[in-house]
Design a protein around this ligand. Structure first.
Ligand SMILES: CC(=O)N[C@H]1[C@@H](OP(=O)(O)OP(=O)(O)OC[C@H]2O[C@@H](n3ccc(=O)[nH]c3=O)[C@H](O)[C@@H]2O)O[C@H](CO)[C@@H](O)[C@@H]1O[C@H](C)C(=O)N[C@@H](C)C(=O)N[C@H](CCC(=O)O)C(=O)O
Ligand SMILES: Nc1ncnc2c1ncn2[C@@H]1O[C@H](COP(=O)(O)OP(=O)(O)OP(=O)(O)O)[C@@H](O)[C@H]1O
Length: 500
């Protein structure tokens, strides 16, 4: 295979025999097999060039890197392997991956979401609205890889924005399923590391910007510049005008069509007159000077912003406002971001990932405008995290709820009881505090402590599909315990849910 047209100007030199077909590429020697191409990446912990021998022993017949000396030295040892010296291995990897997967991105409409907070939520909202509008849409980000219906059971190499070799594989799978749009989170680290190299986005979305990941980017300016890179490769920009962090930078530099959204300043899509109910948020949505009374099944001001961002994306993609508004009551968010449990009808039950003293404090602030009788909160100590973080969880929640249930997430090498005891030690008074070692039972305890009109707030990190116990992932589903409780106590269930 002639690599020059594929890797363009990336190639500096190449030595060794041209391989007889490449079946896959990988940046990890541990996953290379026969007829593979190994891309050497200089990482934070180590340098991929150190693993060339391992990759070749496992079947790599082509090696791409940027360390001339290392490639030369290994070429002498492995004359049957082709060695390619390139300018930037990460960019070369993206170009090569796109080629091997037959350029799936050319047949997909891509939407990139960036910003400090809200990426996962906006991504889920956009996916939900587009699918409900009949546009088959997948998503990629912290919540995993989803096709138009379900999460796909694929391993994650990074928390949010995948390495390009994985990303093009996911895009190819989407294309095979006749998906036409993909919405993905574009993190500052992913953009900085060229994980999205070669992609062109129909819409780039901005949520907000505040200092984060400065250990990686070193300065706030570098962090912002990394995020702004998304807009260099986008057709249309969707910008939160209320954000002072980077909205002006985008508005100043972007040359294509721009759609603005917000609540405080003039915007193409503006929300006003926000009212919270037990089911979600009502607001006036103003588009083209016309106000529409809109209902969103979301909680918290920030999620209203995230929802307007998603609505603006859909408008930018040409969807009609009227039909879009009709789909909003069924908007679906990602798991664990003030996620409503709709099956519980006579009280409000929300799940949120908050699991640190700070995020719990923020959560209490967010739920303040909601109306409820009593507040029942479940908090968790985390076994696989530092012990010293557990007692402060108690301090963050003490005095802020009518009933508190304490449990353990990912007990790890400890017993759940020991983790719970560490949290309990942080309470000045344990009146109305209920320790329950097993998370599923703790959820049921919180539900049993609640009455009609109460708010049940379930927090912690075991909201996916597993718990880590003694180093092993064991299947675990919150919903099993919610459903089981509802079966035994049908009075909590909504009439609609029980009829189905
Ligand atoms: C800082 C960072 O981006 N780290 C990523 C990076 O790891 P690294 O630089 O430490 O890699 P390394 O261990 O030094 O290894 C260098 C190279 O040698 C290879 N290697 C290593 C060992 C071996 O035996 N054989 C081998 O080939 C590695 O696969 C790698 O290609 O490359 C790895 C392989 O792709 C990633 O898994 C890893 O993400 C780690 C898990 C991570 O936590 N990344 C975070 C910081 C991140 O990217 N986060 C953002 C979200 C940020 C946000 O929330 O906004 C994201 O987009 O996910
Ligand atoms: N638009 C927003 N403005 C401010 N805070 C927000 C916004 N959206 C979400 N948050 C806060 O950030 C938390 C994480 O939300 P989300 O997962 O959607 O963001 P993210 O950008 O994907 O962050 P991460 O990369 O850490 O997952 C939420 O629980 C909420 O507390």
């Amino acid at each position: 295979m002639n690599l020059y047209p594929i890797l363009h100007h990336q190639i500096i030199t190449q030595t060794g025999p041209e391989p007889n077909g490449i079946t896959h590429i990988s940046y990890d020697s541990r996953t290379i097999g026969n007829q593979g191409c190994f891309i050497c990446i200089r990482g934070e912990q180590s340098d991929g060039h150190r693993f060339i021998d391992m990759a070749v022993n496992q079947g790599a017949v082509q090696v791409i890197g940027d360390d001339e000396e290392a490639l030369h030295e290994h070429a002498l040892r492995h004359p049957h392997v082709q060695f390619v010296l390139v300018q930037e291995p990460k960019k070369a990897m993206a170009l090569y991956a796109a080629h091997l997967e037959e350029d799936p991105h050319h047949e997909l409409s891509l939407i990139g979401v960036t910003g400090t907070q809200g990426k996962t939520t906006i991504t889920a909202y956009v996916r939900s609205l587009l699918n409900r509008s009949g546009i088959k849409t997948g998503s990629i980000g912290t919540a995993g890889v989803w096709d138009h219906e379900n999460p796909l059971p694929l391993p994650k190499s990074t928390p949010t924005t995948p390495e390009s070799a994985d990303l093009f594989d996911y895009l190819s799978r989407m294309r095979q399923k006749q998906i036409t749009s993909v919405v993905m989170e574009a993190t500052s680290i992913g953009l900085d590391q060229d994980r999205l190299h070669g992609l062109h986005f129909d819409v780039a979305v901005h949520s907000n910007l505040s200092p984060e990941h400065l250990d990686y980017h070193e300065t706030f300016e570098a962090y912002k510049q990394a995020k702004l890179r998304l807009f260099d490769h986008a057709e249309t920009a969707v910008v939160n005008v209320d954000d002072d962090g980077m909205s002006q930078d985008i508005l100043d530099a972007f040359t294509g069509p721009v759609w603005t959204y917000g609540m405080n300043r003039e915007a193409d899509v503006k929300a006003e007159n926000l009212r919270y109910t037990k089911q979600g948020s009502h607001l006036d949505l103003i588009v083209d000077g016309v106000s529409h009374d809109v209902f969103l099944p979301v909680f918290g001001l920030h999620n209203v912003y995230n929802a307007i961002a998603a609505i603006t994306v859909c408008l930018a993609k040409g969807l009609g406002l009227r039909s879009l508004i009709s789909r909003l009551p069924n908007l679906e968010g990602p798991p664990g971001r003030l996620q409503l449990i709709p099956e519980v009808s006579d009280r409000l039950m929300l799940f949120d990932f908050a699991h640190t003293p700070q995020t719990l404090t923020n959560l209490f602030h967010t739920i303040k405008p909601l109306r409820y009788n009593r507040l029942i909160v479940m908090v968790t100590g985390i076994g696989i995290r530092e012990k010293s973080l557990r007692a402060p969880i108690a301090e963050a929640v003490e005095g802020r709820a009518d009933e508190i249930v304490v449990t353990a997430d990912h007990p790890g090498d400890e017993t759940a009881e020991a983790v719970v005891a560490d949290v309990m030690a942080g309470f000045r008074s344990t009146k109305n505090v209920h320790p329950v070692a097993y998370r599923g039972e703790a959820i049921q305890k919180a539900m049993s402590l609640s009455s009609e009109g109460d708010l049940v707030l379930i927090t912690g990190i075991c909201m996916e599909d597993f718990r880590i116990i003694n180093g092993e992932k064991q299947p675990y589903y919150d919903y099993d315990y919610v459903r089981d409780f509802l079966c035994k106590h049908p009075c909590l269930k909504s009439k609609v849910a029980s009829a189905n």
